[in-house]
Write a protein that binds this ligand. Sequence first.
Ligand SMILES: NC(=O)c1ccc[n+]([C@@H]2O[C@H](COP(=O)([O-])OP(=O)(O)OC[C@H]3O[C@@H](n4cnc5c(N)ncnc54)[C@H](O)[C@@H]3O)[C@@H](O)[C@H]2O)c1
Length: 341
Amino acid sequence: MKVSIIGGGGLVGSSAAYALQCGGVVSHVCLIDANADAAKGHAVELLNASCLTSDVRVSAGSMEEVANSNVIVITAGLRRKPDESRLDLINRNVDLFLSLLDQVKSAGVKDNAYLLVVSNPVDVLTYLAVQRSGLPWQRVLGLGTQLDTARFRGYLGKALGVPASQVNAMLLGEHGDSMVPIWSSATINGLPLEQWPGFTPAIGQQAFEETKTAGATIIKLKGGSSMAVGHSIREVVETLARDSRRVLPVSTLQHGLYGVRDVCLSVPTVVGCGGCRQQLELPLTPKEQLGIQRSAQVLREIIDQVEARIGKSKASHHGVSAPTGNAVRQRVIPRSAWQRG
Ligand SMILES: NC(=O)c1ccc[n+]([C@@H]2O[C@H](COP(=O)([O-])OP(=O)(O)OC[C@H]3O[C@@H](n4cnc5c(N)ncnc54)[C@H](O)[C@@H]3O)[C@@H](O)[C@H]2O)c1
């Protein structure tokens, strides 16, 4: 399996390449970047590490490389300028993303490729990719709250003195300020988190606050997130490559679960061959359910502003049935959508 990372010369893209190399689950990682030297430099360094890590081939190349790639990861993005508003930054990143999508489409994409969107605002860009990439929506995933969930598990584990790997607690909704902690199903290795000795709502809230501010804290301390986001990307790619069907909080197009539709955001999603194989609706508390709906509202408002500026795509949602108006408890993706591998 070949993975191309557009933005592979940057902090996130190169860290994802390193995590993929350490994971050893794909055959080839290609780094593509407007800064060709940075991409080449990372590829050379990863080659230097290859005898110590895995047999993954690492190269740097141009956009043509996406034509024979199985997974295309987009991490290219622009940083905020001094005094720039959030919406101006969103607009600049949308323009960059749409131009990258055009280049990807001109290079040609395999019918059964997967697109993994990481650049921010990730849920908005994932939605635009669903509309405009030409791939079935199930094959377009955004990193969503995958990184936030990893951070949350880490902070909770640290506060309670248990390994993060034993903390099962998801954040759903928007990758952003409105993300929602799902306390009602959180466990420590299957035992209810809220009954865990030493757990208090204040400890939980503190871990959630640390999670929400982690990105800003890391930018202040060292310029930007790299390692944890690299591993988060690796987990999604590995799940696709191995068809392991893990339940991940990736961002996908929504069709009515939790009362939400026509935005991309994170819900528990079975990921494997074909991309999104199933979206799940858990019984939530009213506050959690409202939180996810609030995330959808926030995202819809941004998408409306973006579409008013760039024009609405005429592209249809591949494989999306007409909205029913009723929330369903799970959405199983028909076999025909994922059988192509
Ligand atoms: N979804 C998440 O959880 C998450 C987490 C961290 C960062 N991010 C996002 O990832 C993106 C990248 O962050 P970073 O820290 O790696 O930034 P960075 O500045 O280190 O890297 C961005 C890279 O994109 C490249 N680039 C810019 N325009 C390009 C183009 N037209 N074609 C090809 N490459 C181009 C740049 O040369 C640069 O190497 C940002 O949008 C950031 O907000 C997302």
